[in-house]
Write a protein that binds this ligand. Structure first.
Ligand code: ZN
Length: 138
């Protein structure tokens, strides 16, 4: 098992940053061939998600729809920091993803990428990747 970490500088208040290459690099560095990689975001106003990396309009639409579902201001928000919407969206998308490994590579589909989801940026954020190699087969 190998645990590594990298930073993501998010450029805007809300954005989705493709971190597939950084995760692939962590997998390569671990030397694991079969097993899985856990991508974990240790933040309460950000998330990680897997979705299409071919047409950037998809992630634009995902962000727009999330903002429609969870408006920045609501009369019932109580959280004093004023960023409840970011906390809600963090919980909706979740703070981890797990991807199976095969022959030392992530088994992502042709159109899939791993995205860091920023909901209260811009900030410097952390991403933790833990690679768990499968036990040798008998
Ligand atoms: Zn807060």
């Amino acid at each position: 098992m190998t645990t590594s970490e990298f930073n993501v500088g998010t450029p805007r208040h809300d954005c989705l940053v493709d971190i597939t290459a950084e995760v692939e690099s962590a997998v390569k560095d671990s030397g694991a061939q079969e097993g899985f990689a856990v991508v974990f975001v240790p933040h309460t106003t950000a998330a990680v998600t897997i979705n299409e990396n071919a047409d950037p309009d998809v992630m634009h639409d995902v962000l727009k729809q999330l903002n429609e579902i969870v408006p920045w201001r609501q009369p019932f928000y109580q959280h004093g920091e004023g960023n409840s919407a970011a906390h809600v969206k963090s919980s909706m998308l979740g703070c981890s993803e797990t991807v199976a490994l095969s022959a030392g590579r992530l088994t992502l589909g042709t159109w899939q990428g791993i995205y860091f989801a920023e909901f209260d940026g811009p900030r410097s954020r952390r991403v933790i990747v833990q690679v768990v190699a499968a036990a040798a087969e008998a």
